[in-house]
Design a protein around this ligand. Sequence first.
Ligand code: SF4
Length: 216
Amino acid sequence: MKKFNEQDIRLMITKIKEQTPEHYFEFKDPFWIMITTILSHRTKDEVSNLAGRNLYEKYQTALNLSKADEEEVSKLISKVGFANVKAKRVIGAAEIVINDFGGNVPNDIDLLMKIPGIGRKTANVILSDAFSIPSIAVDTHVHRISNRIGFCNTSKPDDTEECLRKQIPHDLWLGFNPVLVEFGKTICKPITPKCNVCSITEYCNYFKKIQSKNRK
Ligand code: SF4
């Protein structure tokens, strides 16, 4: 598999940023970033942001949410996928933040992953969005795009994270996930990527393969 040099990677990421809308963050507070990130699993950002906003308006603090009624929370987040499961998770997460971490969301990946509902990807999103700690969160968009372009040749998101950590210059880690997520939603879509308007076709392995297939 072709590996890109640092200059190519920097140029590609600049070009992707230029054609991608800026990611909108609903909250600045680490606790509410954590709650919205838990809600966002298999749910559109607009929907999880709105559900997070409903919870914030009702409960305001981790302590209040930790004591909330599960059914009431479930109603407030009813539009997100798996609302009942997530209601349990956000209350459980609030309880752990209060009981185990003195009311503060930890800024450590291993501690974050002790909270129910937080896996490796979610923990990396929280580190980066809530604490500006350079991290690479690999969701389906980042995994797909990294393999299409040819940054990686992996089948599992955890392997993609390891591969990207080796290839992407450290100063580009912060913001890497939101940029690729927006790029994946608008241009490099899952089923039908819009290669005809993409600005990095000259680097992309997937595009080169399609072109050479069409020539045969
Ligand atoms: S050329 Fe197509 S497949 Fe490659 S990154 Fe751009 S949109 Fe995605």
